[in-house]
Design a protein around this ligand. Sequence first.
Ligand code: FAD
Ligand code: SIN
Length: 537
Amino acid sequence: MKPYQYDAVVLGAGAAGLTLALRLPKHIRVAVLAKASLTESATLYAQGGISVVLDKNDSVTAHIDDTLSAGAGLCDETTVRYVIENAKRSIEWLINNGVAFTRNNDKKNEYHLTKEGGHSHRRIIHSADATGHAVETTLADQARNAANIDIFDEHIAIDLIKKNNRCVGAYVLNKSSRQIDVFSAKATILATGGAGKVYLYTSNPDVSTGDGIAMAWRVGCRIGNMEFIQFHPTCLYHPDAKSFLMTEALRGEGAKLRLPPTPKSGNKTSNKGQAFLHKFDPRGELAPRDIVARAIDHEIKRLGLDYVHLDISHRDADFIFEHFPTVYERCKEFGFDLTKQAIPVVPAAHYLCGGVVASIDGQTDLEGLYAIGETACTGLHGANRMASNSLLECLVMADAAADHITQFVSKINHPKKIDPWDASRVTPSLETVEINHNWDELRRVMSDYVGIVRSNKRLKLARKRIDNLKQEIHDFYANHHISNDLIELRNLVTVADLIVRSAMIRQESRGLHYTLDYPNSSDTAENTYLSLSDEEY
Ligand code: FAD
Ligand code: SIN
């Protein structure tokens, strides 16, 4: 077992982790860990862009108001204000680091801004429809070249190490050597992203398994607002299209959601199905995501459909090629021409508003442990995240956390002796079939019973099945050699359990949590915080 020692160990290399590593001063020694390749992350696939006030008709106040309104009473206003007031600074930092955002065709000295649901103005800066790729690859190149940063890809953190009520690092599986190493640190940072893989249908990449949340839970940190799962309204529907998002910017640029045409409903001249969103919200296609996703879910269930259609074919083909090259190409791979036809889409799990309870500079309940980005729950999103506010949160929080960590590591010594990993497990790794079975069952239970529309009955059914899975997975974990898949499965079942427990506590409908048994919001808006009971601890 190799002991590594750093000032800061950053678990995760998406926008949050890489920004933090690059924002720390050069005298601080940093390790950045990624459990797959360095760039594989939700960040890499982000399409729409990053929200920031740049239009002269827009204002920071309007951005704050829109965010608070989407958050349905549960945002922390101080956090919202801080993030939005610092947005421009963060975007300038990205530009200075080489991220190329799309410029306006008419005025080349200005950036092109798109619009997305819930935003009252055009305020999404973007790199065509592959903003995340531009951000992630640029930051990864910078990190690879930074003398104070060591990169460990294909390294998956298993558990945090807690000593004298302080976090002093993590046990990490090196996936190539299969060794478990100790990474000791003055500051340990969870930047492990979201948990979309807890659902069957998700826009998220395979790495989004909620590891940071489960690890923080096991060392006693509070986990907040886990019932608020955002379903993106429009993911490509095709049996071979794993997790492909049709960016909301399409709707910002005029795309319509329609029912698939039937001989009766189709408009004879265009053979287009009926648009339907205006029946659910006067803002139509640009209503906030929870409303759009619920409307689609409602129509799919009401009419027994497999999907609805997203249609931007009325826009000029050149405009589509210029603004949506990635989406155009991906659709083409599946035989759809975005410039000529409507595309089948369904909602899919997309973003976790809850997470490890953290202050805006990433401090958690445990000294020495920070949580930033999608893993954290800071109060920015409340009960519903507004589109394109999440990359922004990663950037601003990472900057604020870097300041706090710089002070913190200058005041403390390196942890002394750290217990080695308990290598007493003797049974060989589980068969793939056993892991896959539990994984599939868990994701199906979550999709069927804890999806866009919930009820007491379905939540109880979910709870019962998850309790069984928890026990079985715990036994697997206690007895078998550790593998990447077993680590992820153990974390996913914890995350599923936290989502269901939080959903059962919230006896009202608010933001992304909608239940048939309590369709209205209660008069008092409160966050849901869970922490390990003494018995479990
Ligand atoms: P990620 O980018 O997900 O990075 C997580 C990192 O943690 C990875 O490096 C992973 O390997 C590592 N990791 C995880 N577990 C472990 C472990 N146990 N050990 C070691 N490493 C680990 N938001 C916007 O604001 N605008 C958009 O346009 C937008 N589009 C999106 C499109 C898609 C398809 C998706 C999925 C999301 C989109 N989002 C968008 C949301 C946004 O991309 C994410 O919220 C954000 O990128 C999260 O960044 P992060 O750094 O917190 O996590
Ligand atoms: C999208 O491009 O639709 C995703 C934007 C987001 O999730 O913020």
